[in-house]
Design a protein around this ligand. Structure first.
Ligand SMILES: [Zn+2]
Length: 84
């Protein structure tokens, strides 16, 4: 099942990288308009880590924002509740 010694569970950056790999195997995709190519990673102290900007619709997003992760989280929650 889960390997809790895996660094993705202890390091925020590694966890984010892991999530990005799972969700965007071909690179980041805008959850608002679906843009895949014109996406810029926002870096520097002014931006929180893992933030991207879509050059198509100008929206900012991260791997934890958007419909896919919401669905996954709600599935996880309902799955956990069923096991209790
Ligand atoms: Zn977009």
């Amino acid at each position: 099942m889960f390997d809790l010694t895996n660094p993705v569970f202890h390091d925020e950056d590694k966890a984010r990288a892991h999530l990005e790999e799972q969700r965007w195997p071909n690179g980041p995709e805008c959850p608002h308009c679906g843009e895949r190519h014109a996406v810029t990673k926002l870096e520097g102290q002014k931006h929180r880590k893992g933030l991207y900007q879509c050059n198509g619709c100008r929206a900012q997003f991260s791997v934890t924002v958007g419909p896919s992760s919401s669905v996954r989280v709600s599935r996880c929650i309902s799955g956990c509740w069923q096991r209790i």
